[in-house]
Design a protein around this ligand. Sequence first.
Ligand code: IVH
Length: 675
Amino acid sequence: MPKSPKEAVDRAAELTALIVAANHAYHELDAPEIPDADYDLAVRELAQLEEQYPELKSESSPTQTIGFGASTLFTPVVHSVRMMSLDNAMNLDELVAWGKRMERFVSDPITYVCEPKIDGLAMSIRYENGQFVRAATRGDGRVGEDVTANVATLASVPKKLGGKDVPAVLEVRGEVYMPIVSFTGLNARQQDAGLTLFANPRNAAAGSLRQKDPSITASRNLAFFCYQLGEVAGGPGFKTHQETLAYLRDHGLPVNDAITAVDSLDAVHKYCEQRLENRHALMYEIDGVVVKVDSLTQRDEMGFTTKAPRWAIAFKFPPEERTTLLRDIHVSIGRTGQATPFAILDPVFVGGSTVSLATLHNQDQVAVKDVRPGDHVIVRKAGDVIPEVVGPVLSMRPKGLKKWTFPKECTTCGQPLVRREGVSATFCVNPACPAQQWAGICHFVSRGAMDIEGLGERTVSLFLQQGLLQDAGDVFFLDYNKVRTIEGFGDISVENLRASVAAARDRPLANLLFGLGIKHVGGAGAAALAKGLGSMDAIAAATVDQVAELDGVGMVIAESIVTWFAEPSNQVLIEKLRRADVNFDGPAAPDAPQTLAGKSIVVTGTLEGFTRESAEEAILERGGKAPSSVSKKTTAVVVGEGRGAAKFTKAQELGVPVLDEAGFVHLLKTGELPG
Ligand code: IVH
């Protein structure tokens, strides 16, 4: 907060400029420059300043107006009933405080209606005598723009109302949005065509509506949910919001099934928590929950502020997009030699954690996004997805900022980087590259593989520097006398390390195979190979056809396996592991009942009683398949904590049953889906 009135005036001017520019970019250009979260913070800070220094307040302040006037691209439409915005609650405490205030306003108890806050665009759709006649955007709340031709292409917007007693005029308000599957499909097509990607489904929906050619809008698969009435003539009287929604539904309008009425603030709290936890489980993006008072009589008592009704509030989820400073771009070399550019950021709280590194994926992505060290960039972290840089905020770019170019040489070993024909990845192809050795050994000793306690990333790095390790096999031939001389290693830690290395010799063959880091061979593939061929020597000697024949192994893995074992340096590694007496034998013949024969089960997220590997092993042991992606042939998808939205969404789309852990245990035991 500014210390003096002068500072307050300057800060208010700065915030006003930022908000006005953001409004322009968002409402008029459909190209938001800064994330909603940063916008909301700026509006809040300005409102606080105006409260502290009332002389800063004016009618034209962005705190007193909604959005921005309609652009001139489409014909203006004056809304007969104003389209209001909502006040925000930034956390659950603010939400409950709002509810308590409302409860003091009225004498009877309040029923609340909780609605997912769809991240799309507000739309007003008008029916006259049951016929769709017009669709208009919100604009500044009083005047929007006519997008009738485009909205007419949406399958979820009926052109004719159903039901009995159709009113003379019915205006519905709701949200036009882009379902996540449509968004990912659109961006994939954009990428193939070398066009700029849309940052998120909201921007994509906005861009798709603002088309002069409605056939483009039609190809974008937008959808609509309604949640409010505008002007109505000749309709029945309603007592509650729930009645209104039922009426809209009865006339064939799309109302979200996830809307729930509850009778206490505790229940509102619970609904919001659950929605927040499962925000990525829906087919569309939501950025919060809208809580509304159900009784229309109580709403009348509560009334409106200049901008928003008092009887509703938007509980905003913590942001998944924020702006921060891009300090630098580095390139990391993975165990396959792949060079991945990543951003070093000023730490920023986004998507539930503080992020200071974010991926830039590959050379093409940096080129398309053209982010430069010194830029302010938008960082996105959605659910369990790794943080990524969406793009630069061009209006904040300092003058003369130099374009960043992808290095020509490996940043670790200095050898030239190679870009293979037809792929977006760039590689360091020097097998002796210390970065690759480090990543490969770290993977080999990691939990799903040889699981060697006491050999963390830092220790591997130290051992590489000291010449104690060159490849994964050296882990079993460590010179412990030399280890003892390294700072931080005493007798106890050396003995502990020796014991964990010794224990690793007996790990299952599947763990060893997985640890070798063969391309495309994950935990499930390794388990299928170990079970199907029975020993390391049988796998090494197998042909592509023999490997591809195994249950749970496809052609891609088969070819990768055969190529890997044909490589002389890998044969040397296998012999080193044999000399170290590492277990090369697969599991004994299965004795578990083959309850899952012919079934295919996908596991996603973390389960309590299983690791991912052991869950997949349990499926394979019972004769089932455990592929990593969902298809029409999938019997069920088992969903644990923190699972990715994609598999869940795909399962819902294809009508594949989704099981929790208890359902999974039932399926393992009986081979049947829970009833
Ligand atoms: S009610 C007067 N309900 O959120 C009440 N709005 O931040 C008007 N939104 O402008 C809005 N889902 O674009 C309402 N279930 C929902 C909503 C919702 C998304 C959007 C809408 C509104 C903005 C306010």
